[in-house]
Design a protein around this ligand. Structure first.
Ligand code: FE
Length: 188
């Protein structure tokens, strides 16, 4: 026979009354808390063969002649406690809508820094397919003096995601009001 712990009911009462103290009038059940999105660092991925250092500073990486549908990517850089990281470096590079990288110049390559609230905004094009890969955007993220996180971002529901050797659903860009969105999480 299992004996009831005489302290259990008292402990539960204390917890229940403590929880009730934080509830707005009229609410009988605690509201669901949104799942924190920033406990873990954004997964890293291979740099790939097409990174070019010393990209220009620009949040619009679409230069004249670039092929592809316009895409606005926005989001924030956060630490693992969900606090925004101001002045974090984001260096993006990608192929155009036809799957071509500019390996001689800096089309679709550029770096920027997050604002005081950790926000960034990138004007680019939807990346296309090239042999062996699903569409993706490459990025390096780094807080001042911190480690560089190299990773890649993906399109939701793209049919080529399934067979891609690097695709990771945690790196899918979410739909946003005016485009797509992704929040990066950096460790200390
Ligand atoms: Fe690539």
């Amino acid at each position: 026979m299992i004996k009831a712990d005489p302290n259990t009911s008292r402990r539960q009462l204390i917890l229940a009354s403590a929880a009730a103290a934080f509830l707005p009038a009229g609410l009988t059940r605690p509201a669901l808390v949104a799942t924190p999105a920033c406990g873990r660092q954004t997964p890293s991925q291979l740099e790939g063969p097409f990174f070019t250092p010393n990209s220009p500073r620009s949040n619009n990486i679409v230069k004249s002649g670039v092929m592809g549908s316009s895409l606005i990517l926005t989001g924030r850089v956060l630490d693992q406690a969900c606090k925004p990281i101001a002045n974090a470096l984001l260096d993006f590079w990608q192929c155009d809508g036809r799957g071509h990288y500019d390996n001689k110049g800096y089309r679709l390559r550029g770096h920027q820094f997050t604002d005081s609230k950790g926000f960034y905004r990138l004007e680019t094009v939807v990346p296309g397919l090239y042999p062996g890969r699903t569409p993706h955007i490459h990025v390096k993220a780094q807080r001042a003096g911190g480690r560089i996180l190299t990773t890649q971002l993906y399109l939701e529901d793209h049919p080529a995601n399934k067979g891609d050797f690097l695709f990771d659903h945690r790196l899918i860009m979410e739909r946003a009001v005016n485009g797509l969105s992704f929040d990066f999480v950096l460790s200390a």
